[in-house]
Design a binder for this molecule. Structure first.
Ligand SMILES: Nc1ncnc2c1ncn2[C@@H]1O[C@H](COP(=O)(O)OP(=O)(O)OP(=O)(O)O)[C@@H](O)[C@H]1O
Ligand SMILES: [Mg+2]
Length: 348
């Protein structure tokens, strides 16, 4: 039987903290996700010292959760809040703008694996090719993809220990938590200091420079990371990616509702893996049926922003660090159109 969020919370309630209470009662649980029996969450301590003291609890929580029926793996990270509380409270008020960044567009989905990272990278490259000043933030702290997709592995430098200098590839200014947490062991060392509101740091400490648009590649689903991002930063639009198969499962609606409750305007829907282009003969086929996401966008009264074909080259180029939008191809043309439409809609 599949494990539920309730099962995990109930188990964790029974795990006593050294100072009394539980992770649940002390509100230390963040970003709990359950996907095919794999449970992930973050334990957030008030500061680095307390985070270190909780290493035993982290391990115990992992063991406890992995022992639950229906759980195959449990990954628990420990983080600390670095900001002073006052600053944090202020940040929870009005969402902040990032100096020099004209707009922030989030690429999101209700479900994982639909192509958010692929669309983010290619759209960023296509916008840059049209002369826009583009930033790309990989906000997926569990499974960062952008270093691979953009072909970057260099560790970003921080000359003064405060400002982080982003990297550039294919005309795009890029930052990913994956570049900072490069190896597993380093990740352990960095946990306290860096995963600490990691996203907030990436957004505020990175010297983005003057950008027309910052594209944020969101993690899957509608969890706490999305919530943090949307509460703290003024997101100008969310683009929801769906595939023809998933649209029937109402995932796009779920994402849409989540953004609505977070007061983020939804810019529209994109259909990814729309048609299949045969690599041998160039023949294009709607293998998953036609027009599903477009029809869903109509039902939801949202703009349909376009469709992107399923193509082996998309995956290959994503795996080798040159997004297909940087090449000459029909898919690149589709991304160029999408980029132009976003600029026309004031979101590029
Ligand atoms: N149009 C496409 N044609 C072929 N392969 C694609 C296409 N779009 C995405 N893929 C491939 O599908 C896989 C998942 O894509 P991607 O990582 O972009 O999804 P995601 O939504 O970001 O996933 P996650 O939810 O895990 O972050 C990748 O291997 C990618 O190369
Ligand atoms: Mg992704």
């Amino acid at each position: 039987m599949a494990v539920s969020r309730g099962d995990v919370l109930k188990a964790l309630e029974g795990l006593a903290l050294p100072e009394g209470g539980s992770l649940v009662s002390q509100d230390m649980l963040r970003a709990l996700t359950i996907e095919s029996g794999v449970v992930r969450f973050i334990i957030e301590a008030p500061d680095a010292e307390q985070a270190r003291a909780l290493e035993g609890v982290r391990r115990a929580a992992e063991e406890l959760v992995v022992g639950l029926p229906g759980v195959s793996e449990a990954h628990v990270l420990l983080t600390a809040h670095s900001e002073p509380r006052a600053e944090r409270a202020a940040a929870q008020g009005a969402p902040a703008r990032i100096p020099g960044v004209a707009r922030i567009v989030a690429i999101a989905s209700g479900k994982g694996g639909v192509g958010k990272s692929t669309v983010s990278a290619n759209l960023a490259v296509a916008l840059a090719a049209q002369g826009r000043r583009v930033g790309l933030l990989d906000a997926d702290i569990y499974g960062p993809s952008q270093p691979r997709m953009m072909g970057l592995s260099e560790r970003p430098s921080s000359p003064d220990g405060k400002v982080i200098l982003p990297l550039t590839a294919h005309g795009v200014t890029m930052m990913s938590i994956g570049l900072i947490l490069k190896e597993r062991d380093e990740a352990v060392v960095w946990r306290g200091a860096m995963l600490t509101g990691a996203l907030q740091q990436l957004l505020t400490q990175v010297r983005w420079g003057e950008l027309d648009v910052l594209i944020v590649d969101m993690p899957p689903g509608t969890g706490d990371i999305q919530l943090t991002l949307t509460q703290k930063f003024a997101i100008d639009g969310a683009v929801i990616v769906s595939t023809p198969q998933d649209v029937a499962l109402l995932d796009a609606r779920k994402a849409l509702r989540a953004f609505e409750t977070m007061n983020v305007p939804v810019a529209g829907l994109i259909e990814n893996m729309s048609t299949y282009i045969c690599p041998k003969c160039g023949h294009e086929e709607h293998i998953f049926g036609e027009g599903g996401v477009r029809a869903e966008a109509e039902r939801l009264a949202l703009p349909f922003l376009g469709e992107l074909p399923l193509s082996l080259e998309v995956r290959r180029s994503g795996d080798t660090g040159t997004p297909i939008a940087a090449t000459e191809s029909p898919v690149a043309a589709a991304y160029a159109r999408l980029a132009r439409d976003l600029v026309a809609a004031g979101l590029g």
